[in-house]
Every structure is written in C-alpha cells, then in structure tokens.
Ligand binder design. Structure first.
Ligand code: ZN
Length: 149
C-alpha cells in the first residue's frame, strides 16, 4: 500500500514545481484576479469560454506552494467542463476542505484529492480555494479583484 499522504504531498510538490497551464491565454474572454492577503498569494485566471464550455483555462501569478498547486490542479480539472460542472466541482472541493470529514468521497476527486490534507490547516484553506474563487469570478464576468478577506 502506498502511503497516501506521501503521494498527495508529491502531487502538490510536482504541481508547485511544474504547474500545468501556467501561461498567458491571450484568446481568453473571461479573466479575474485573486488575492489572499493572509498569505500574499496572487493569481490571475484566464478562461476561453465557448458557449457553456471552458475550452481552455490558464493561470499566472505568485504564491505559496498550496496556492500554486491548487491553481494548477484546478485548471486541469475544469478544462473541457461546462460552467455548471466547474461550479459543482468547486463546491465539492470546498466541502472536502471545510466540511465534515468524509463529506466528499475523495476517490471521485482524482488529483484534487491531494488537497484534502489542507483541511487540517484552516489558514491554508484560503490558499487552496483562491484560484477557485477567482475562476468563479471570471466566469461571472466580475471585474473587481477577488480577495479571500
Ligand atoms: Zn498561500
């Protein structure tokens, strides 16, 4: 049996070191900035929305390993999904991080399950959800900067 916690830490480290979709997306038609003042995380999320589908998603910015890994995992997870599916996924991630233990079946969460250890560090939950809040703001067409405070 592999040690799940080690596996999850490895996934987070890998996404921190080599984030996926960490690039500008000039053809994007939805954008938002997110800021987590508690930690100093900054994220810029860009989405190419085609009809109801997130055809491409990318991010830039700087922040701690958790915020960066979470943004990277998020872009992989929501690409190709509809707006409703992406929102539903965020709700599950949020429940996994803040709800009762076992509220979400992590076996259905794929790589996103790597974030579940963050639930034991409430200050870090904001790092992990920043990119998601920013994605939702981008999809809603919000122009102001999202802040976790
Ligand atoms: Zn952070």
């Amino acid at each position: 049996m592999p040690d799940l916690r080690e596996l999850y830490q490895q996934i987070i480290l890998d996404h921190h070191r080599r984030p996926h979709n960490f690039r500008p997306l000039p053809e994007a038609n939805r954008r938002a900035d997110g800021h987590n003042p508690l930690c100093g995380d900054e994220v810029h999320v860009e989405v190419l929305l085609e009809g109801d589908v997130l055809r491409d998603v990318a991010f830039q910015g700087s922040g701690c390993a958790i915020s960066r890994a979470s943004a990277s995992l998020m872009t992989d997870a929501v690409k190709g999904k509809t707006v409703a599916e992406a929102r539903a996924l965020f709700e599950r991630v949020h429940r996994m991080l803040t709800g009762e233990r076992g509220a979400v079946d992590v076996r259905e969460m794929g790589s996103l399950a790597a974030l579940q250890g963050v639930r034991d560090y409430p200050v870090r939950v904001k790092c992990a959800t920043l990119a998601w809040h920013t994605l939702v703001a981008a999809l809603e067409g919000a122009r102001s900067t999202v802040t976790t405070e």
